[in-house]
Design a protein around this ligand. Sequence first.
Ligand SMILES: [Zn+2]
Length: 150
Amino acid sequence: MNLQAALPFLLPKAIAWAERESQRIANSGRALTEREQKLAREVGVTRVEQIRIALVDALPLPDDPELRAAALQTGLLGSDTAGLTLGYSIFVCEGYETVRLLTHEFRHVYQYEQAGSIADFLPGYLQQVVEVGYANTTFEKNAQAHERES
Ligand SMILES: [Zn+2]
């Protein structure tokens, strides 16, 4: 798939999917512990009490065939990915709930906060993903730079 060409068409579907998944976890995920709230504040999050974490067997994948194919092609939701942040909602694969992964995902929460919403964050983020690749986006590098070991 030519992701660059497909992005304008996929973007509204990606936003709708992300908002739906985020809402699902807002209702069912767990809140942060005191310790985790402190870590989230330390990497820049303002509204730490809004964050919810859901432990999952596998990250969610869109039902929409094209959106699903694009997510897998970019590596965003591939088998190498253990965490996914959508607004204040964080998906973590079972067995990967480390301080390092959590601080990385908290920094993505901060990035969403800076943008204002999922609908405001995803256009710039996904544009970069298709241009330079998921691992090379400024957002990913910024999250990596804020990972903590403990
Ligand atoms: Zn990341």
